[in-house]
Write a protein that binds this ligand. Structure first.
Ligand code: SF4
Length: 342
């Protein structure tokens, strides 16, 4: 499916007609132009000939699903799935549907691969191919909206935590967000949209101006520069002092809570000392931490559940709000840091 082609085919059509097409795609979630019943037969035929609505994708449901005796909520979460979408140029992009706490959240990719090369991340290790276009970002969300419709459900949330660093593709990411947020289209509320950055300060500043209602998360993963630079090469460009000043500034400007993500890797960043250091760094302002057990993709190993709990307790004692995030889709290699186009 190619949104640019559709737009070109609609050049010269009146605005109301363009809106009708958009409603059919985004509200009715049609998969075939024959469903665009408000359009003339001629226009339907022209669109059908010029651009298919098919999204070429392979879906990998999470086989690791919970048992039949598990609670309804846990069973629902077990129906997470990953999709590998083939784009017009033959490259593939991964996107994940996560179900939890009554929400259906799509995890969206912003780039194919990632130029930032974090050492623990499967996407980072595959290198960088290119930015995704606005249409290619929207297509991932549309795919899951159609998928859920067949189950009588709707998408409720969207997180940019898939492949790539969203702030390095700012214009396309925000054009997609603005479209997906539009009440005439999918209407995903801004407060149900989250962006996760490795700490690109310019992007944080721009977002605080453009769309302060969107949730921001910073991937921190280390409480000091030395370790952070080992895990995330981008930390050399944005040392912690600068990043924390930008985080303070963001909270001051938006009055929004700011989430820090911290992947727990055994023997690397999960000691009691690290927890104390992290508590010192974050124990002010509207900050909170999400602890995520690492999903093993390479040499690193996840921290034990007991150590994660200990780490969390130290943070809480140090005055930092901390949560342990549910891990989605390990079986489908669709969890954090595991999307690698395979
Ligand atoms: S963790 Fe995020 S920023 Fe780092 S390489 Fe992976 S996708 Fe890129």
């Amino acid at each position: 499916m190619d949104f640019d082609k559709i737009n070109k085919l609609l050049i010269g059509e009146p605005a109301f007609r363009v809106q009708q097409v958009a409603r059919h795609i985004w509200r009715d979630l049609i998969e075939d132009w024959s469903g665009a019943t408000t359009l003339s037969k001629e226009l339907r035929a022209k669109l059908a000939e010029g651009c298919s609505l098919e999204i070429k994708a392979e879906v990998f449901p999470d086989k690791d699903g919970p048992s039949a005796t598990a609670s309804p909520e846990v069973r629902r979460a077990g129906r997470s799935a990953k999709a590998l979408i083939t784009l017009e140029d033959g490259l593939s992009v991964e996107t994940v549907l996560m179900r939890h706490d009554g929400r259906n959240t799509v995890c969206v990719s912003s780039q194919i691969g990632c130029p930032l090369g974090c050492s623990f991340c499967a996407t980072g290790q595959m290198g960088f191919k290119r930015n995704l276009s606005t249409g290619e970002i929207e297509e991932q969300v549309l795919f899951w909206a159609r998928y859920l419709k067949k189950e009588g459900e709707r998408l409720s949330n969207m997180v940019f935590m898939g492949m790539g660093e969203p702030f390095l593709n700012y214009d396309n990411v925000f054009a997609a967000i603005k479209a997906l947020n539009d009440d005439n289209l999918l209407g995903i509320g801004a407060r149900h949209i989250s962006i996760s950055t490795a700490g690109v300060i310019e992007g944080m500043e721009r977002m605080a101006e453009d769309m302060p209602q969107i949730n921001l998360a910073i991937s921190l993963h280390a409480p000091n520069d030395e370790l952070r630079q080992k895990l995330m090469p981008i930390a050399k460009k944005y040392p912690l002092a600068n990043l924390m000043a930008a985080a303070e500034d963001y909270v001051g400007r938006t009055n929004r809570k700011l989430m820090f993500e911290y992947i727990m890797i055994k023997g690397v960043n999960d000691s009691d000392e690290h927890a104390k250091e992290l508590a010192k760094l974050l124990s002010k302002r509207l900050f909170f931490v999400n602890l995520i057990a690492y999903n093993q993709t390479g040499d690193f190993v996840p921290s034990s559940p007991a150590q994660i709990k200990r780490f969390k307790d130290i943070l809480m004692k140090g005055g930092v709000q901390a949560l342990e995030r549910y891990r989605f889709g390990q079986d489908i290699k669709g969890a954090c840091g595991q999307l690698a186009g395979k």
